[in-house]
Design a protein around this ligand. Sequence first.
Ligand code: SF4
Length: 477
Amino acid sequence: MTRSFLGWPAFPEAAEREVGNRQLRENVRRATHTIRGKRAVLAAERPDWEALRDTAAAIKDQVLSHLEEYLLQVEEKVTAAGGTVHWARDAAEANRIVTDLVRATGETEIVKVKSMLTEEIGLDAALEAAGINARETDLAATIVQLGDDLPSHVVVPALHRNRSEIRDIFVREMGRHGRPAPEGLTDDPAELAEAARLHLREKFLGAKVAVSGANFLVAETGTLVVVESEGNGRMCLTLADTLISVVGIEKTVPRWQDLEVFLQLLARNATGERMAPYTSTWTGTTDGDGPAAFHLVLVDNGRTRALADPVGRQALRCIRCGACMNICPVYERTGGHAYGSVYPGPIGAILNPLLKGLDDPQTASLPYASTLCGACNDVCPVRIRFTDVLLDLRAQVADGGQHPVERAALGAVGSVMAHQAAWKAAVKGIGVVGPLLLPRKIRLPGPLGGWTDSRALPDIPRESFRGWWKRTEGATE
Ligand code: SF4
């Protein structure tokens, strides 16, 4: 049974469990510090770094404000190049489309690469229910799948695992799913990479159907782009007879030339490299070269809902570089699983509630998974203002009744303030009885006591400002 984030607890509960795991904290700290150090060096060497960020944000905003036109252009170009475009409103529709397409080929074992979206929609479980076994081929995703684990980072899904844990997973699991790990495998990175290469090569050569995601979708040409480090993506994209790409509608960019901006930003932010080792692009099908059939499944699954949020829509600019999670002090301590989604860290704290809504206590807890330090604002290549979106989402949570006591108290204050006479009487009354009834020092129960121990309530003035004004200036209220 494929593991999923379905039914995951709210962030505080999940985070409490994760922070107790010292090994995980150490793995995450070491990995995030390494990547963010490399990123900082490469960002600093570009004199036009801030201009690149401005341009990327502007391009994405332009796409989002004309999304319908660009998507129709994508459909036209992909169709003209020999591909077939399918539209999916939600996860169930996307899963049904992909399952039917695979079934039509008669295959029961397929390969997958580079698709967080298929994790978001639970495609593996849907395929499994239909008797189809989907094997991941990205190295980190392979580690996650073999370990019956869940991804914890958008670029390095197995970031929470160290070398010796990976070795144990390979030795234990590879043989159950194909070619076993070599005898005497150690945790040397080169040996681990070779073991994965041999195991995966068998999958690539045997698979007739591949499922991929895409980093970008170029509207003017109908071209899809996958950026990766290992070349496994390219094997998937070129060796299968049928290629099915499942892509979120927000991945669109208008022009081929826009890639010049995004490819520079993505590689430097994601892995601290000047250029990603493999950038694969494909447009429809070509006779005698690559897959004979190409299907593009364009998925909404909450994206138009996020688009309708005037503050939150900027989250759809995200190019999944992972820089925000590599810099986040909360992510560093909890790791990615605490966020209960394939999108963890600061982007997960805003994107998941925007995609799914705030009715679920799990998504409603995510906007609070932040110290509001703003480090994510400073690194995001598409200039997402996380702190603005987090605060706006918190306001929506409060308005939506997730905190009934707070809402009732604010409601009572609001109705008093709405009536001038009631407000004047309340202010006057507090001035008279407040100083007598409220002590300067109070102590809240439990752990909150530490906060009140070092703070005193401000003095409540006996006379209101309005009263003072009237008395000293003789003004009428
Ligand atoms: S929100 Fe920005 S920093 Fe975070 S993954 Fe997306 S593009 Fe990268």
